[in-house]
Design a protein around this ligand. Structure first.
Ligand code: AMP
Ligand code: MG
Length: 393
């Protein structure tokens, strides 16, 4: 039998099948979490005009102890219309336009107001407390790059740059289907042999965090026709289908034949990975199907390793989340022929240690995990101090 693909080989096979979703124009206030499909340039300088950084008095540059006549006011949104001349000061608020002829602003704390005059206690050098046009963004400069995910700061910068709408990838429409006769709803009283369906909500949460719109969650009992019906319906509506369980070759695993019936092309089945060996990835006319193993840690880890980068790529973002490195704090036994994703926490000295027991059913091993450490396959233990690759959780 040929060797199973490694994590990176499996990812490459998957990403080669991803067709990014066509972008649309989205009003900037509605674009939080979306990925930009164009560069954004500043339509004008930001700020667009010289303005005051302080509440105080705008004056011409000069010596201290001058007595100046208060000739008017420049307020935010209501500039002073005239030009300031020697012997005059203009009352000014933070953000208000610097009047023509003024060089600087002395804050209110450094002046003495005396009727309609003001006495400066300090000299004002040109530019003092003045924000220049373009201090923040220069007209014509690229301020956001295509592929950037729009967070609160990007949203504000795009609006400041003069945009009403931006070209952005839509959220991939994603359906989650769990399989298994043993599964019951959250909170249900467990009968013998039953378990709560934790994968459904957990995978939906991971998908939402990765920018998908979760359009539905379904469940299929361990029956060939039922599985085919549920998967067929989910595939109609969604761009991405994430399945948990039923993907092995046991007598009660019906996912693979159902997907084959539905015309989903197999991209790969099984990866040299622990946990998550029986992962199945497929594609139908650009729709992606993730047949993830049922064990909760396996489902979680394979979502992070495969579904997360594919969702990024569908949205036109960098597929892979940046990996880091850290030394192992302890020896870790290696699997002879599969790379292992060990849930680790970071110690104060920067080294990493397993969070606890690492069984693929021990979902609590993810609770205070800072990363997945990829422990390469091999003989014996990987000694403490060895640098390992960290995949973010
Ligand atoms: P399977 O891949 O269907 O053989 O399932 C492997 C293991 O994962 C079994 O112990 C299942 O009970 C468990 N499992 C399957 N689906 C879920 C789920 N949605 N939530 C929690 N555990 C699950
Ligand atoms: Mg099952």
């Amino acid at each position: 039998m040929p060797p199973l693909p490694s994590i990176d080989e499996a990812r490459a096979i998957l990403l080669a099948a991803v067709r990014p979703l066509p972008p649309t124009n989205v009003n900037v206030p509605d674009a939080l979490g979306l990925v930009l499909a164009e560069d954004v340039t500043a339509a004008h300088d930001v700020p667009a005009f010289a303005n005051s950084a302080m509440d105080g008095f705008a004056v011409r540059a000069g010596v201290a102890n001058q007595r100046l006549r208060i000739a008017g006011e420049s307020r935010a949104g209501a500039p002073y219309a005239g030009t300031i001349v020697d012997g005059e000061a203009i009352r000014i608020s933070t953000g208000a336009a610097l009047p023509a002829g003024a060089d600087g602003v002395l804050p209110i704390e450094l002046v003495e107001v005396d009727g309609d005059a003001v006495v400066l206690t300090e000299a004002v050098a040109p530019g003092r407390n003045v924000r220049d046009p373009g201090d923040d963004l220069r007209a014509g400069a690229t301020v956001l790059r295509a592929g950037t995910r729009i967070g609160p700061a990007e949203l504000g910068v795009a609006i400041g740059a003069g945009r009403m709408a931006v070209l952005a990838a839509p959220r991939p429409r994603l359906a989650v289907v769990t399989t298994g006769d043993e599964l019951v709803e959250p909170g249900a009283q467990l009968q013998p042999g039953q378990i709560h369906d934790s994968n459904g909500p957990t995978l939906a949460a991971l998908a939402a965090r990765a920018g998908a719109e979760v359009i539905g969650r379904g469940h299929a009992i361990d029956d060939p026709e039922a599985t085919r019906a549920v998967l067929g319906e989910a595939l109609e509506a969604a761009d991405v289908l994430v399945l948990s369980g039923g993907v092995s070759v046991g007598p009660h695993d019906h996912v693979k034949p159902a997907l084959a019936d539905l015309g989903v092309r197999e991209l790969l089945w099984r990866v040299a990975l622990r946990p998550g060996k029986p992962t199945w990835l497929g594609e139908r006319h650009g729709k992606l199907v993730f047949g993830l193993p049922g064990n909760p840690v396996s489902a979680y880890v394979t979502f992070l390793l495969f579904a997360r980068p594919a969702l990024n790529a569908l949205q036109g973002a960098d597929a892979t989340v940046p990996r880091t490195h850290a030394p192992l704090a302890v020896d870790i036994e290696r699997h002879p022929d599969r790379d292992e994703c060990v849930r680790v926490r970071r110690r104060p000295d920067g080294s990493v240690e397993p969070t606890g027991p690492q069984g693929s059913h021990v979902l609590s091993s993810l609770l205070d995990a800072d990363a997945l450490a990829i422990v390469p396959r091999g003989d014996g233990a990987l000694p403490a101090g060895t640098e390992v690759v960290l995949e973010p959780v």
